[in-house]
Write a protein that binds this ligand. Structure first.
Ligand code: UT7
Length: 334
């Protein structure tokens, strides 16, 4: 076994479908309005797929973007980890579907199910395979077609979500780059929160049937206030402990990139851990909550506009269904 070494993100790709759905568009579908949505969530618009477009299709476009930017072939990828709560189907895994579509002939892979925290879970998992010395090119994909599981008549969930995909490449840090890459992580689950955000139908407990469909069990169900309270508390707690155990304060962080579920959750966390607003990356206004894709989409925006640069400390944080929660600290390496 080779020596342990640090994993760094060396490239990013992303894709959102072209169709933009505004709050005004939604007000024609359900009893809602632009002002309510903006005030409670910060969302102005989101991108939705054309009906029938699977998650793997978005993911492949994000991966193609990544491969082009990094200048490598799919055949060089050794492992594909896909974070998603909307796989094309239960099996084969979406990792298998992507592997075939991009012709990553040397890769193995699997899916991770951790809802809105899944991208960070996948990032941490992928980093372990680099650190162990077993792999040198690990693809981590976060992709979701949330519209495939949204109830078009439920205003409390319909307005929140969008579709999208992002992917990052993990590679080992070179010699002399010891302070770069993924520095620390912390993850938690609390299954007692399961009842607050879930999709009950279609699994082994409630296999799909006429009855499950009639009862809308194939859609997202959420107790928004319960999730909100947990998210505000947990995101602060995890971010604070990550800073403390690395002897850092909010002032040391170059970019705070949190799961984009609600502007109020992001701002509350940032304020409580003492982050300057200029360090807080937000793009929920244009994408809504794309579940596994929010963090890579936000990273893309932050690198595009120069707010995330080589050498910056970046704090990632996410909370989601499960409950699941996670935090990753990294020094940006490109
Ligand atoms: O990423 C996965 C994790 N998910 C989250 O982080 C989501 C966390 N939760 C939230 O972001 C917020 O709870 C929501 C945005 C979902 C809801 O905001 P809220 O401030 O918690 O609103 P609420 O559920 O307390 O509803 C307030 C009122 C209710 O009416 P009454 O009972 O006060 O008359 C709702 O029926 O707003 C009503 N309402 C709406 N009105 C217009 C709920 N949805 C809508 C809507 N348009 N779309």
């Amino acid at each position: 076994m080779a020596n342990r070494r640090r994993a760094k993100i060396t490239a990013l790709g992303r894709y959102v479908p072209p169709r933009v759905v505004t709050n005004h568009d939604l007000s024609k579908m359900v009893d809602t309005n632009h002002e309510w949505i903006v005030e409670r969530t910060g969302i102005h618009e989101r991108h939705w797929v054309e009906k029938g477009t699977p998650t793997s299709e978005l993911a492949v476009k994000a991966v193609d973007d990544l491969l082009k930017r990094r200048g490598i072939e799919a055949g060089q990828i050794e492992l594909i980890i896909v974070a998603t709560v909307t796989p094309d189907m239960f099996f084969p895994s979406t990792a298998c579907l992507i592997q075939d579509k991009i012709r990553a002939t040397r890769a193995w892979g699997f899916d991770i199910s951790a809802a809105c925290s899944s991208f960070l879970y996948a990032l941490t998992t992928g980093a372990q395979f680099i650190e162990s010395g077993r792999h040198t090119k690990v693809l981590v994909v976060g992709a979701d077609v949330m519209t495939s599981i949204l109830n078009p008549e439920d205003r409390t969930t319909l307005i929140l979500f969008g579709d999208g995909a992002g992917a990052v490449l993990l590679e080992p840090c070179a010699e002399g780059e010891e302070t770069y890459g993924i520095l620390d992580y912390r993850h938690e689950i609390d299954g007692s929160g399961g009842e607050h955000l879930y999709m009950p139908g279609g699994g082994s407990l409630h296999p799909s049937s006429r009855e499950t469909v009639e009862k809308n069990m194939h859609y997202v169900h959420q107790n928004g206030q319960a999730v909100f309270k947990y998210a505000v508390r947990k995101m602060e707690e995890m971010s604070r402990s990550m800073l403390e155990r690395n002897n850092l304060t909010g002032a040391d962080i170059g970019a705070f990139i949190a799961h984009q579920a609600n502007l109020r959750i992001i701002d509350a966390t940032a304020n409580k851990i003492g982050l300057d607003q200029s360090k807080v990356i937000k793009n929920i206004h244009k994408y809504g909550n794309t579940t596994a894709a929010t963090i890579p989409l936000a990273v893309g925006d932050a690198t595009d506009d120069g707010r995330l640069k080589k050498g910056d400390l970046v704090l990632f944080a996410a909370v989601g269904a499960g409950f699941t929660a996670g935090c990753v600290l990294a020094r940006w390496a490109y």
